[in-house]
Design a binder for this molecule. Structure first.
Ligand code: CMP
Length: 138
């Protein structure tokens, strides 16, 4: 059972005014906020964050989008955090996301899908370390 995951509220959800609603869903689902920041990443930083997808055809679109505006990055804690957070946000493609999930409610397309959630414990640590140092965790 993992305890921590990493998330970003993506530029589309920020622009569309959904930060508050998404944070409320995260709190209501029992996640504790360990670290959080409102920031914007450069194209180069987005390229590094999503390096694992660099061979994919959507890599350019993804990195341009993720650097197009501010995001909210956070480390979240809960029993079974990685899997439970992925259940809360729903499928990557909002057309396939279950009713009541964050992406069903707030995502507009597979690219502009409102939130990111780590897909493994290993990536949760790598991704959290990308954004936060030890002094920024509580
Ligand atoms: P995320 O969970 O942030 O991790 C990788 C992202 O790539 C994913 O969410 C999607 O936003 C994006 N993605 C996956 N497939 C596609 C696609 N076919 N076209 C555009 N973006 C995609």
């Amino acid at each position: 059972m993992s305890n921590r995951t990493f998330t970003m509220i993506k530029p589309d959800a920020v622009k569309n005014g959904h930060i508050g609603n998404i944070l409320q869903m995260i709190n209501a689902a029992g996640f504790r906020i360990i670290a959080m920041k409102y920031t914007r990443i450069s194209l180069e930083q987005a390229g590094k964050f999503y390096e694992v997808h660099s061979a994919r055809p959507f890599y350019g679109e993804l990195t341009e989008f993720m650097s197009s505006g501010p995001i909210v990055a956070a480390i979240l804690e809960k029993d079974n955090a990685v899997a439970d957070f992925r259940t809360l946000i729903g499928a990557t493609n909002p057309a396939e996301a279950a009713e009541g999930t964050v992406r069903k409610l707030y995502a507009t397309s597979i690219g502009e899908n409102a939130v990111h959630g780590s897909d493994s414990d290993e990536n949760a640590k790598i991704e959290g370390d990308f954004f936060f140092n030890g002094l920024e965790r509580f």
